[in-house]
Design a protein around this ligand. Structure first.
Ligand code: C2E
Ligand code: CA
Ligand code: CA
Length: 605
C-alpha cells in the first residue's frame, strides 16, 4: 500500500510544477490518486467561507449517483454536520475508517459498500494550521490506512496546499519565490522545504537520505563565447535531462546560475549512493546537448552529504554538501562526499569492483566444499559449495567481503553462473571417477532467481550430462522466497521438475508466514546458525529449534542445522530428531581436492 501512496505523492509533486490553476490542480490530484494510486474514488472538498459549507470541488472515480447524494447531504445544514468531512474540518484531524462496510457511523455507508469500498480516509487540508478543505480517499481493500500511509498522505495534503498557495491571484509572485523561472525547477527555498519533508520520512523510516549539489563544468565559457541565450538554452536542457532521470521534479532544484541540486529520499546503503553518482556522472557526460546546431558534451562536479551522518538539519546538510562540492572543484575528483570516511569508503568500493572484474577474467574464484552429515548414521549425505576469492596478493577472501559488491554491480550473474557450472562439473567428475557422487548445494543470490532467464539457464547447464540434475541443489534465502510468493512458487516448481532440489537457507531470519511455507515446493529447510547457537544458552532457544523441526517435519521437509560447533549442540539436535547437521564440529569448508580425499573415497570391495 505504501508504494501506491508513494506513486500518488510523486505524481502530485510532478503536477505542482506544471499545473496552471486551482481547478486543474484539484482535478489532476484526484485523477492521480485513482490512476496511479489505485484508489477507487478520490474527492476533494473546499470550505466556502461565506456560505459556511463544504463544497465538493473535484473528484475521480465517483459516479453521478454518488456525487448527487453527497452534494445533497453537504447542502443540507443538518445532515452536513454529521458527515466525516465536517468532523475532519472541525477537529482539524484525519479520520480513518478501515472497515467501512461495517462502520455504521458513516452517513454514506451503504453507498460505499455498493461500490466495493472497504477503507476510507479523510484528511484535512490545512493552511497555516487552519482548515481550508479536505481530501477523501476510498480504497477497495479493508485495513488500507496505517501510520506510514497516513504520514505520507499528510505530506501530500501539505503539498497540495503549498501548490494552491503558488497558484491563484498571487500565483506569479509565489511562483517566482519558489520556482526557477528559467527551468521551471524548484528553487533553493522550495528544495530546502522538500528536503526537510524527506528528512522527516527518512527519520521515521529509519533510512538515510542524500543530497547532491552539482556544478556544470565549462558553463561560464559557453555562456561567454556563445551568448546568454545559448547558455539559458543549455540550462533548460540540463534541467530537462535531470527531470527525466529523476522522474519527479520535486527531487531537484536549480539553486543558482549553473548549480543544480538533487535529493535521494531513500538511501539504503552508502555504496548505493556511490554507484548512483557514478552512473549519473557517466551518463551525463555521455549525453549530447545541442547548442546552435552543434552537439556538446558537458561534465559536472558534485558534492554529496548524507542525512543523518553529515547533518541532522537541512541547513547544515546543505552547507556540508556545498563544502564537499567546493573540495571536489578544487581537487581532481569528479565528486566528493562530505566526510573523508565516505569518500574513502567509496574509493574502496570502486577499487573492489575493479578487482572483481579482473577476478572474473582471471578465474580467481574457487569453490570450497562443506559436508552435511546425517545425525543418526553419521554418514556424509551431501555437500554445500561455498565460494572464495583466491586473491593473488591477499589470499582467500570470504564471500561476505565481496558478494554484496557483486550484487550491487550486477557481476553476481556471471559469478553465480560460474559457481553453478563449476559445481555441476565437479559432480560429474566425481561420478565418472567412481567417487561418492554427493549432491552439491549451490547458493543462489536473490538477483539470480529474479532474473527471468535463470530457469532456462539452469536447465541448459544440467542438460550437458544425463542425470546431472541429481547432483544439484539450490539454496535460496527465506526472505527472498517470501518477497513474491506466488511468482516464486511457479519458479521453484519449474526447477524441481528438472530434478534439482531446493533448500530454504537461513531459515528463521526472514518473516515467513506459515501458510505460505506450507505451499512452497521445497525439499529442505536449513535452520540458521544463530538459532543453533541460542539453543544451548536459553530454554527459549531450545524450544524454538524444537518448534522449527516439528513444523518442518509436519510439512515433510528435511531439516539441516547450520553452524553446529559443539558436541552438546549435536546431542540436542539428535534428541529433537533433526535430520542433518553442518558445521565446524564435523568439518569446515575445504578445497575440492581435500574434500574428495577425505569424504568421497569409496571403500573398495
Ligand atoms: P551460508 O549459505 O549461510 O553459508 C554458511 C556459512 O557459515 C559459510 O560461511 C560457512 O563457512 C559458515 N559456517 C559453516 N559452519 C560453521 C560453524 O560451525 N560455525 C560458524 N561460525 N560458521 C560456520 P562463508 O563461506 O563465509 O559464506 C557466507 C555466506 O556467503 C553464505 O552463507 C552464503 O550466503 C554466501 N555465499 C557463499 N557462497 C556463495 C555463492 O556461491 N553464491 C552466493 N550468492 N552466495 C554465496
Ligand atoms: Ca547456504
Ligand atoms: Ca545459511
Amino acid at each position: 500500500y505504501l508504494n501506491r501512496v508513494f506513486a500518488v505523492q510523486s505524481g502530485i509533486n510532478a503536477l505542482i510544477v506544471r499545473v496552471q490553476d486551482h481547478a486543474e490542480l484539484f482535478r489532476e490530484a484526484c485523477n492521480i490518486a485513482v490512476h496511479a494510486g489505485g484508489f477507487k474514488i478520490a474527492m476533494l472538498g473546499l470550505i466556502d467561507e461565506d456560505a459556511q459549507k463544504i463544497v465538493p470541488t473535484a473528484s475521480a472515480g465517483a459516479d453521478e449517483e454518488l456525487l448527487t447524494a453527497i452534494f445533497k447531504v453537504l447542502n443540507s445544514n443538518e445532515l452536513a454536520a454529521k458527515t466525516l468531512f465536517a468532523r475532519v474540518i472541525l477537529d482539524k484531524q484525519t479520520v480513518v475508517s478501515n472497515n467501512s462496510i461495517n462502520d455504521t457511523q458513516l452517513v454514506f455507508q451503504k453507498n460505499y459498500a455498493e461500490r466495493g469500498i472497504h477503507s476510507l480516509a479523510i484528511l484535512p487540508l490545512l493552511s497555516a494550521g487552519e482548515p481550508i478543505g479536505a481530501l477523501a480517499l476510498y480504497a477497495g481493500e479493508p485495513d488500507f490506512f496505517h501510520d506510514e500511509e497516513l504520514s505520507l498522505l499528510t505530506q501530500l495534503t501539505d503539498d497540495i496546499v503549498l501548490a494552491m498557495q503558488h497558484i491563484g491571484n498571487r500565483e506569479k509572485l509565489h511562483y517566482l519565490a519558489y520556482y526557477d523561472a528559467l527551468t521551471g525547477l524548484p528553487n533553493r527555498s522550495l528544495f530546502l522545504e522538500h528536503v526537510a519533508q524527506y528528512m522527516r520520512s527518512a527519520e521515521s523510516g529509519g533510512h538515510k537520505l542524500a543530497i547532491g549539489l552539482i556544478d556544470l563544468e565549462r558553463f561560464k565559457g559557453i555562456n561567454d563565447s556563445l551568448g546568454r541565450t545559448t547558455g539559458d538554452g543549455l540550462l533548460r536542457q540540463v534541467a530537462e535531462w535531470m527531470t527525466q532521470r529523476a522522474g519527479d521534479p520535486s527531487l531537484l532544484a536549480r539553486i543558482d546560475a549553473d548549480h543544480f541540486a538533487v535529493v535521494l529520499p531513500e538511501v539504503r546503503s552508502d555504496g548505493d549512493v556511490a554507484q548512483l553518482t557514478e552512473h549519473l556522472l557517466d551518463s551525463f557526460q555521455g549525453n549530447s546537448f545541442h547548442l546552435n546546431e552543434a552537439a556538446y558534451r558537458i561534465g559536472f562536479k558534485a558534492g554529496v552529504a548524507l542525512f543523518p551522518d553529515d547533518g541532522t538539519d537541512v541547513d547544515t546538510l546543505f552547507k556540508n554538501a556545498e563544502a564537499a562540492l567546493k573540495a571536489a572543484k578544487a581537487g581532481g575528483n569528479r565528486y566528493l562526499f562530505y566526510t573523508q570516511k565516505m569518500t574513502d569508503a567509496v574509493a574502496e568500493v570502486l577499487a573492489l569492483e575493479n578487482a572483481l572484474r579482473h577476478a572474473i577474467d582471471d578465474e580467481q574464484f574457487v569453490l570450497h566444499y562443506q559436508p552435511k552429515v546425517d545425525l543418526r548414521s553419521g554418514m556424509v549425505t551431501s555437500v554445500e559449495a561455498l565460494i572464495r576469492w583466491n586473491h593473488p596478493r591477499t589470499g582467500l577472501v570470504p564471500p561476505g567481503k565481496f558478494i554484496p559488491t557483486l550484487e550491487q554491480t550486477g557481476l553476481i550473474y556471471e559469478v553465480g553462473r560460474w559457481a553453478l557450472r563449476q559445481a555441476i562439473a565437479d559432480y560429474v567428475r566425481w561420478r565418472r571417477a567412481g567417487l561418492l557422487a554427493l549432491r552439491i548445494a549451490v547458493n543462489v543470490s536473490p538477483l539470480q532467481l529474479r532474473d527471468p532467464g535463470f530457469i532456462a539457464e539452469v536447465a541448459k547447464m544440467i542438460d550437458t550430462e544425463p542425470d546431472a540434475s541429481a547432483g544439484l541443489e539450490l539454496e535460496i534465502t527465506e526472505s527472498l522466497i517470501m518477497e513474491d510468493v506466488e511468482h516464486n512458487i511457479t519458479s521453484l516448481q519449474a526447477i524441481r521438475d528438472m530434478g534439482v532440489t531446493i533448500a530454504i537457507d537461513d531459515f528463521g531470519t526472514g518473516f515467513s508466514s506459515l501458510s505460505h511455507l506450507a505451499r512452497l515446493p521445497v525439499d529442505t529447510l536449513k535452520i540458521d546458525r544463530c538459532f543453533v547457537a541460542d539453543m544451548t544458552t536459553s530454554p527459549d532457544g531450545l524450544s524454538l529449534v524444537s518448534t522449527i523441526i516439528n513444523l518442518a517435519h509436519a510439512m515433510k521437509l528435511k531439516v539441516v542445522a547450520e553452524g553446529v560447533e559443539t558436541e552438546e549442540q549435536k546431542r540436542l539436535l539428535s534428541l529433537l530428531s533433526c535430520d542433518e547437521m553442518q558445521g565446524f564440529l564435523f568439518s569446515k569448508a575445504v578445497p575440492v581436492a581435500e574434500f574428495e580425499a577425505r569424504f568421497l573415497k569409496q571403500e573398495s570391495h
